[in-house]
Design a protein around this ligand. Structure first.
Ligand code: C5P
Length: 309
């Protein structure tokens, strides 16, 4: 019998995300691309345990934990430091991150860690900050961190950090096809710029950056067929240029009965939307049969929140 060590410390859970629509404009002077996106938080979770400490440190647990830096590049550690500085808190924290969201997969796992760290340290240090204030700190950490705090389903504009909650009824069933190696988010955005430059259509793009109303109607109706017809990701073409092998994964999922498959965020994870839980089970099993690691998830689920203190 294996003995599971008892976790100590304040426990916060945050979810990974899928962009059901991702429209990308031309980069601004700051290098960021303006977005019009619809996020949905899905049931792949990062669990963060926080304990008061004199200094700042982090350990990462999970099958892909080796791929996550535990030095100053760690986004959860940056979040804890940012909050401490902002709250003028003199102590530190030890964070233990249990990962379930694929690393460098385009599902916002690092952003979920940062959001969880903000919520955990805020509770631990009793800063009394409002959620609006925490959203402001989240935006300083990364474009996807504010959504990881908010959760649910939301429209993101600006860098993806200006959020408006969207209505979504029912529960959408997803299958996530994972990839052995990650893709770098900046590299995928750069590849999109190159692709558009080659096509010569880069001057026309910014005007088209808005969320189609049909996406919001499909979410409100809880209709996976309608949502499947509307799903779109401008970054997909760039992710496929860098990883042409992903096309086969897309094809396999559709053959297995998914309504639609799409690169999630900057990839390489592929998100398949399915008509029912049974259909999603079938798609997951079929992909696994082809040697493609696949996980089930549903959405929407809540943003970063305290599970126990
Ligand atoms: O904000 P975050 O650190 O997650 O972004 C990582 C990188 O992805 C940025 O430095 C930028 O190169 C690219 N990015 C972008 N436009 C966005 C979001 C990210 O160009 N809206």
């Amino acid at each position: 019998m294996s003995i599971v060590p008892e976790r100590t410390g304040l426990h916060v859970r945050a979810a990974g995300k899928i962009n059901v629509h991702l429209g990308v404009g031309l980069p601004g002077a700051d290098g960021y691309h303006p977005l019009a996106t619809v996020f949905q938080a899905v049931s792949l979770f990062e669990d963060v345990y926080a304990e008061a400490a004199a200094d700042f440190s982090v350990t990462v647990v999970g099958p892909e934990s080796d791929a996550v830096p535990t030095d100053d590049r760690n986004l959860a550690l940056q979040a804890a430091r940012l909050l401490a500085a902002d709250a003028e808190y003199a102590g530190g924290v030890h964070l233990e991150i249990h990962k379930s969201v694929p690393v460098a997969g385009g599902m916002g796992g690092g952003s979920a860690d940062a959001a969880a760290a903000l919520v955990a340290c805020d509770a631990l240090w009793q800063t009394g900050f409002t959620s609006t204030h925490l959203q402001g700190l989240a935006a300083q950490l990364g474009a996807d961190v504010p959504f990881a705090l908010l959760g649910g389903t939301a429209i993101g504009t600006g860098r993806g950090d200006i959020l408006n909650p969207a209505l979504a009824h029912g529960r959408f069933e997803w299958v996530l096809a994972l990839s052995g190696t990650g893709l770098s988010t900046p590299a995928v955005y750069r590849e999109l710029d190159v692709h558009r430059f080659e096509l010569g259509d880069d001057h026309e793009r910014p005007a088209s950056i808005e969320v189609p109303v049909g996406v919001l109607q499909a979410l409100r109706a809880g209709d996976p067929h309608a949502l499947a017809a509307m799903m779109h990701n401008d970054l997909q073409v760039a992710a496929l240029r860098l990883r042409p092998d992903l096309q086969e994964v897309l094809d396999r999922g559709i053959e297995a009965g998914a309504l639609r498959g799409m690169v999630s965020g900057s990839g390489p994870t592929i998100a398949f939307l399915c008509a029912s839980a049974e259909a999603a089970d079938r798609v997951r099993r079929t992909l696994e049969g082809f040697g493609i690691r696949a996980l089930r998830a549903h959405g929407p689920v809540p943003g970063a929140r305290v599970i126990s203190s």
